[in-house]
Design a protein around this ligand. Structure first.
Ligand code: SF4
Length: 409
């Protein structure tokens, strides 16, 4: 996990909860990927050490257990860097350039720029009738849902146009802009800015392009057989397998080909309904105190059609209800469901119940956090010991690698 800041509930449900289960069933290695944090945040190293410390506290206070799993810090095992360097010698550049998450990240930056640019010029994209299945979805939806569906369609249209076999397709991007009703002159200006400007330049580094190679080294150095990942990470595991295969064919069979263990992704929206993220300022953190949680819950978006308490609501389109289904007991959830639909409960009352559920969930984590913070050096030491343990395994693998490659030593 990359140490980019405090963990929030989305991280807990998406990753930590799964780790808590895995540490009971497997011999796990969990590491703080501080080198990976540099791939796109290489200018922001002032906060790196503190972020690592916060991650140690977050993991341990959630119950990640050093007795059950090896916990360590990537940069403490220099062998990862050595193996990554050797892998980079045998990895064709095209494998990395075609990596979907590299392309997606670039696309997201370009797309955001496009939106900001058009908003700055007060230009609206003309809503051309979207094809199926969007058309069908649009028909069945109302208000906000409608613009969300259109947004999806728009993104997809640009996404398709964005890349061709040779890389970024600026002409295709411009053509879609014109198709969406943007004047040719403006479309040319956007594309020229994208081609010549600074957008995405921060990730135009060797380190960013090659981070899947480092990731392959992170996995293979421990001869891991299984890697728990979300669906978006599957291409990276495939790349790891290809690198292992290539190495084994070129030299000697040293590495197993690891399997992806697809983890169930419980996606929790932020308090404004968008993806929960530090950059949107919409997250509930594991370290938030009771008061902060109460105030964040009160700000949560609810069913937009429910204007007055006497209007019947629809829990299916309410994020407060999404949270209830995860954090509140099932009987209360079904009561809220019925009462909301019959306008028998107000949103403020409903939110108070949710705040209580969240605080109940977070309370043991907070207590443990206090203990750890009071004796942080002891807990940092646990990670240092874990790093030594990991290093012993990594250095054995590196001896095999050097021997297989017939290196000097
Ligand atoms: Fe959402 Fe609860 Fe309000 Fe219904 S009562 S709209 S579930 S906050």
């Amino acid at each position: 996990m990359r140490p980019t800041g405090r963990l929030h509930l989305g991280h807990y449900l998406g990753v930590i909860k799964n780790w808590l289960k895995l540490q009971e069933e497997h011999q796990c290695k969990f590491f703080i990927a501080d080198w990976h944090a540099l791939t796109n945040k290489y200018k922001e190293t002032d906060s790196l050490k503190e972020n690592i410390r916060q991650m140690i506290i977050d993991w341990l206070s959630c119950g990640i257990d050093p007795e059950k799993a090896t916990l360590f810090i990537q940069s403490g095992v220099k062998e990862h860097a050595e193996l990554s360097l050797l892998f980079s010698m045998i990895t064709p550049k095209s494998w990395l350039e075609l990596n979907p998450s590299y392309k997606d990240l670039k696309f997201n930056l370009y797309y955001q720029y496009l939106r900001d640019f058009l908003a700055g010029k007060q230009i609206k994209i003309i809503q051309t009738p979207p094809p199926q299945p969007y058309e069908e979805a649009l028909e069945k939806s109302t208000g906000k849902q409608k613009s969300k569906i259109f947004e999806d369609y728009l993104r997809e249209a640009f996404h398709k146009a964005f890349y061709n076999q040779k890389g970024i397709d600026f002409k295709g991007f411009k053509d879609v802009l014109i198709k969406f009703g943007i004047q040719k002159k403006i479309a040319q200006e956007v594309v020229k800015n994208l081609e010549e400007g600074d957008v995405g330049k921060d990730i135009d580094t060797v380190g960013f392009l090659a981070y899947p190679v480092l990731q392959a080294a992170d996995i293979l150095i421990y001869k891991a057989d299984t890697v728990p990942v979300g669906e978006d990470q599957l291409p990276h595991i495939e790349l790891t397998r290809e690198i292992a295969r290539r190495f084994n064919n070129l030299y000697e069979p040293v590495f197993p080909e690891p399997q992806a263990l697809l983890t169930e992704e419980a996606k929790l929206p932020g308090i404004d309904g968008r993806k929960m993220s530090k950059s949107y300022n919409n997250a509930i953190y594991l370290s938030d105190d009771e008061e902060t949680v109460n105030s964040k819950v009160l700000q949560m978006k609810t069913d937009p059609q429910r204007v007055r308490k006497t209007d019947p609501g629809n829990p299916e389109v309410c994020i407060v209800f999404d949270y209830h289904t995860i954090f509140t007991d099932s009987q209360t959830v079904s009561e809220i469901n019925a009462k909301c639909r019959n306008a028998e409960i107000g949103c403020v009352e409903c939110k108070k119940i949710l705040a209580e559920s969240l605080n109940n969930f977070l309370q043991p984590i907070r207590e443990r956090r206090k203990e750890i913070e009071a004796d942080i050096h002891r807990y940092e030491k646990i990670f240092e010991e874990g790093t030594e343990k990991a290093r012993a395994v990594a250095s054995e693998t590196m001896s095999e690698v050097r021997k297989a490659m017939k290196l000097w030593q």
